[in-house]
Write a protein that binds this ligand. Sequence first.
Ligand code: AMP
Ligand code: ZN
Ligand code: FE
Ligand code: FE
Length: 276
Amino acid sequence: MVKLDLHIHTSYSDGVFSPRELLELLQQYSYDLISITDHDTIEGCIQGMKLAAHYDVRILPGVEVSSLCWGRDVHILGYGFDIKNKGFKSFLHSIEKGRLQRAKKIVKLLAKEGKSLDFRDVINLTGKLNMVGRPHIARALIDAGHCRDTKDVFDNYIGEGQSCYVAKPAPSSEKVIEAIKKAGGVSVLAHPYIYRDDDMVQYLIDIGIQGLEVFYSRHTNEETARYKKLADDNGLLKTGGSDFHGHGSDLNFFGFFSAPPSVAEDLSEYIEKCGI
Ligand code: AMP
Ligand code: ZN
Ligand code: FE
Ligand code: FE
């Protein structure tokens, strides 16, 4: 029985653990296949792949790319691309650069709401690449005593539609799907349930997304069944993952999640191509 988790973050984006720490943690759970899917960067994944042989786990090249669709922040997973593709790396780098300016804008808006932060405190919470995201801002707000918890931060300040929300400057979903394809990879819509808009999911299918993350750790059984049917009806790949970041409650389910072995079969062409 193949055990797999194809959606994991590291400290190269907004996860807590470095690739090495992640692999150490994973050892006790005997995974056969994982993917490190940081937001808009493949540096953590490359780091993990270099270490994989020592940990007896296969790592499929992965990334979770930010895109814009119908004015919303839509996450597209890419798998099995060429990790040396320079064009793809610079495409990702251009998204990454926009994050810093956006984080500064969010911090300014928060100050207007009486929630002042020192921007350096936010940056100090980021990992190696200073890849700043809303989870870092949330952490800084909680640490400063401005907010109770992450839910409070997102629901009242920085979540979509809230007063301090700033959209990430990101390419269109079409562009992201195309860039992943050009690098030899397959594009998959991450956590489809999160958008609460299946018309948009259908639109993403119409513009050429190749798979859906059907087996997502936070999907209800009904959601899993619905997206499985949608994928089958449209001849799409079905993938799955935990979306582990390493914060608090994440550790309760990490290690126990596995997508069904059929996922490895669905992706076999890409797994073989990457020689893992
Ligand atoms: P960013 O890429 O900076 O927009 O941040 C996106 C990340 O923020 C997601 O991957 C989640 O980890 C986290 N996030 C988004 N919405 C929420 C929410 N409502 N509650 C908690 N975390 C969230
Ligand atoms: Zn994240
Ligand atoms: Fe996501
Ligand atoms: Fe994610």
